[in-house]
Design a protein around this ligand. Structure first.
Ligand code: PGA
Length: 262
């Protein structure tokens, strides 16, 4: 059975009250959508996680954290530990979003520590990777993806591969100035990711969800989700109003049904 993953990270937007209102609206909009073969997830701010968990059950909408410290506890002022996220009821931990890497200067080695820590504490790590505009220009985009995967997943046993999720989010495609990847380009890069995962984990890699993210919207969601190595979409701005996200969810599910993937 295939699973279609559709999620959003609300970044540093939405207070707790706004997150709760958003989740309640999204749950209401999507109440008639079967979750059989479909997983919806929302990754809100840390401060709203507890209230978010209280307002929507995890079998309707999974919750993720936008980041995580790599130790259970210690002298790491400002960090949030896996124990705290467990208490908040989180299932997914997003690791290495482009803004963490390029604005906050996180390294592949740090993302690797977080991936291993997330797995050790029973979460599903959602490792985000993607090349910058310059790396694309220099023709090293594929190498960058391989490096981010090889370092980011270093030391991870194959038995844990079934809990891993990967998001391909080209840095040049993200945000207000972003240009979405063409379906052809996205498919090429998703194939590189799949092959790298296969080299690393063997047959288990077939089941690792690879999501596309970067300026996904109502117009391009169907073409992007229809690609053979795309297992879902990781949406930013176009998902932050519940009715718009609901439309993307419905279009995407319909496309997967047409393709016989659901
Ligand atoms: P965007 O954000 O859809 O607004 O480009 C994507 C992301 O940062 O995950």
């Amino acid at each position: 059975m295939n699973t279609l993953y559709l999620g959003t990270n609300t970044k540093m937007y939405k207070t707790t009250a706004q997150t709760v209102a958003y989740l309640q609206a999204l749950d209401a909009y999507t109440s008639d959508i079967s979750r059989h073969g479909v997983e919806l997830f929302v990754i809100p701010s840390y401060t709203s996680l507890h209230a978010a968990r209280m307002c929507v059950p995890s079998d309707r909408i999974s919750l993720g954290a936008q980041n995580m410290g790599w130790e259970a506890q210690g002298q790491y002022t400002g960090e949030i530990s896996p124990l705290m996220l467990r208490e908040a009821g989180v299932q997914i931990v997003e690791i290495g979003h482009s803004e963490r890497r390029h604005v906050l200067h996180e390294t592949d080695e740090e993302e690797n520590r977080k991936v291993l820590c997330a797995l050790a504490h029973g979460f599903r790590p959602l490792l985000c990777i993607g090349e910058t505009q310059d790396q694309k220009l220099f023709g090293i985009g594929e190498e960058v993806l391989r490096i981010q995967l090889k370092i980011g997943l270093y030391g991870m046993p194959s038995e844990q591969a079934e809990r891993l999720m990967v998001a391909y989010e080209p840095v040049w495609a993200i945000g207000e100035k972003g240009v979405p990847a063409t379906p052809e380009y996205a498919e090429k890069m998703h194939r590189v990711i799949r092959e790298t995962l296969q080299t690393r984990f063997g047959a288990c890699a077939t089941h690792i969800p690879i999501l596309y993210g970067g300026s996904v919207n109502e117009e391009n969601c169907e073409a992007l989700c229809a690609l053979s190595n795309v297992d879902g979409l990781f949406v930013g701005r176009a998902a932050w109003e519940a009715d718009r996200f609901d439309r993307i969810i419905r279009k995407t599910i319909a496309r997967w049904r047409e393709e016989g993937r659901l």
